[in-house]
Design a protein around this ligand. Sequence first.
Ligand SMILES: [Zn+2]
Length: 493
Amino acid sequence: MYKYLFLFLFIILPSISHAKNIKLLIAGAEEKVESFKKNDIHYISFSEVVELVGGTLDWKILGHTIEFVEDKNRFEFVIGSPYFNRNDSLFNMTFPSVYKKGKLFLPAETFLRFWDEVIFQKVIWDASSETIRINSEYFNVTDISCTKKANGLLLEVFLTSALAYDIFVTEGNWINISIRDGMLNRSQIQSRMNSKFMYKLKTHQQNSTGQISIRLKRKVDKWHHKLQNNPPRIQISIADTEFELNSDDNQPTIGPDNKIDVIVIDAGHGGKHYGAVGQKNTREKDVCLSIAKELAKLIRKDKQFKVIMTRDKDKTVSLEERAEIANKSDCDLFISIHANASPKKHVKGWNVFFLAQALNDSARAVAQFENSSFLRDQEPAESVDSAPMIDYDDPIMGIINEMIMTEFQVESNDFAIMVDREFRKSLKIPARGIDQAGFFVLNKVYAPSVLLETGFITNKSEEKLLKSKKYHKKVAKAVYKAIKRFKSKYESN
Ligand SMILES: [Zn+2]
């Protein structure tokens, strides 16, 4: 009897401990990976492991599946199921996969051995020290260095043998080195981040192509490169130009430094783009602008911040222009304000979105609506040709696009959580919560970004609310509180 009672209690009270980190030892470097324990099973953030080790995780829009591709291996996980596909065979890891805060968590004990069977490196899980060990002798892009020379900057990428590579410079003084058949020692390379010369250092492993991207604190105008021997290395010299920043003294006071102080507020639609229209003819563009202005007013009172609005009156601003305004300002947060619409008049509530592929149909519908409401009014030729389209067949463009998608995903998701918390506290309308979807306006902005749907303009009671200044102020106040929270979490001193 007691035995059964105990079992019963155990079943209804599964023990879920709070999130903590486990260790990941890779190429002698120690990394941290988020984990939690559920009924004594260690769940690890596989999303973070992939970030560190390489490969790509792809969210499938339908069916809640996540695909992981690494070299020649393809894994497919179904959220909430212990079964997964590996190269079209079904395996069972005993415990279900978990989706939490935009990340895929897998049971370390029972999953990692399946991974070990197919990857180049030896994967060992040590439960007693909560460590994943990855033996990684197979790296052939081993290190980088960045040194100041009399007339410029010298970047070197060290290889174990000569490899084919491409170098290209992208907007914002990013220099990107893409190495074919290059397996990056990412933790070693990442450790060379040097704030004297760089705003950012990113590494990306996609199948057998390794890419290193560095956002330099200088203009990349004149540069040349060469493959050298003894030791094999790619040398890139970037010549000084008269426009460049003095790397020591003349630091910009805003932008991608370690301060969170430049906030871009994007009032959705405007001018000839009305957005959604309510039953009483309330126009989304007017609601967005009013909330955006209230928010700007509130933030401007706080002298720690600088506010930039993509529009402060009723005018047409294209998606490209919005992104350009944000990127030119080197903003730390991008907040796009909207009101939602549905053909079903009873649908109510607010949503917070951050950029990623849509996980479900309703998130996809919102993204489609917000994206299309801009495209609809454009000249057909213009909308197809003038927008810089991404060529997905070009592996380099694929990498860049994915970097934009994932670079700020953690911060964007985190900020979305903070807004969600404030909205739940202060808005009386139903919480539809956080979701992820692919918005055009967000995916060209180089900063953590969210899109807020502040209520349904197509619902009678919410339309009334969306017209009221009081509600605009309430939304603005909640967002401002979230910004403060974000600042205190992410700002390094
Ligand atoms: Zn909208």
